[in-house]
Design a protein around this ligand. Structure first.
Ligand SMILES: Nc1ncnc2c1ncn2[C@@H]1O[C@H](COP(=O)(O)OP(=O)(O)O)[C@@H](O)[C@H]1O
Ligand SMILES: [Mg+2]
Length: 241
């Protein structure tokens, strides 16, 4: 049994990552910033068990994540990657894929709620949920794919949602709506992104440089002093205007 959904990372060394220590209470909203190649994806892939961490380094509710069976873990911890896979079938069936193992189908209301959470406008498609997305989803724009991948993750009702630069092709105003939903949700959200402006209302910001955590604090505190987070923040605030 998992006692709670807090995440704890203890002395994690893996690839570029060096001596990572971290405590993320359940329901926290955590932003990860850092230059390309810093190690953000490595850390998120370990959290999603796409890479297996060394024993005794990553815990969910006091349990080593290696001890939690994969089918259970993949429901507890959802993720949206930079590239997401779609089958050449309907929107509905693409949303149902994670459920093939343990559910016959999904309740229509639940699907529409997840699409709404993800700002995915099903009315843009004449055949709605029965629209065929084409080979690997070619009929969807980059932003639509990202939002559909988010809806697919949300449908599993994960306790923890890991987002790796997941909204790079979503326009700023749409991302603002999605971020509002994420912040108000009951999930722990761990997001790596360059659009750090949306991390302003997060609980914790982690800055990774060359595989090491160099800053960890609230956004307010990091913005009130000379920090890497503030430099990222000011750059994007200037760009958005
Ligand atoms: N599967 C892998 N095997 C070995 N090295 C990798 C792998 N994936 C990424 N790296 C290396 O690890 C470093 C960190 O990459 P990554 O975690 O993708 O950073 P970020 O997401 O911050 O851009 C980079 O130097 C990258 O080349
Ligand atoms: Mg990355």
């Amino acid at each position: 049994m998992i006692e709670n959904y807090d995440i704890q990372i203890k002395n994690l060394n893996y690839g570029i990552l060096k001596d990572i220590n971290l405590y993320v209470p359940y329901r926290s909203k955590v932003g990860i910033v850092g230059k390309t190649g810093a190690g953000k994806t490595t850390l998120l892939n370990l959290l999603m068990k796409i890479y297996l961490p060394p024993r005794g380094t990553i815990f969910l509710g006091n349990k080593d994540i290696l001890e939690i069976p994969d089918p259970e873990y993949k429901v507890l911890v959802g993720g949206v990657l930079q590239e997401n896979f779609f089958f050449s079938t309907t929107i509905r069936e693409n949303l149902q894929i994670p459920f093939f193992d343990f559910l016959d189908g999904l309740d229509e209301q639940k699907i529409l709620k997840a699409l709404d959470f993800s700002s995915f406008d099903i009315n843009e498609f004449p055949r709605k949920l029965e629209e065929i997305v084409g080979e690997k989803g070619v009929k969807l724009s980059g932003g639509q794919k990202e939002r559909l991948a988010l809806a697919r993750s949300i449908l599993k009702e994960p306790k923890i949602l890991v987002l790796d630069d997941s909204f790079a092709n979503v326009d700023i105003n749409t991302e603002r709506e999605i971020q509002k939903n994420l912040i108000e949700s009951d999930m722990t959200v761990i997001l790596a992104s360059h659009r750090v402006i949306f991390m302003r209302d997060y609980d914790m910001i982690i800055c990774i440089e060359d595989g090491k955590i160099t800053e960890i604090d609230t956004p307010e505190n990091l913005l009130s002093k000379d920090s890497v987070f503030r430099r990222f923040y000011e750059a994007i605030a200037d760009w958005i205007g």
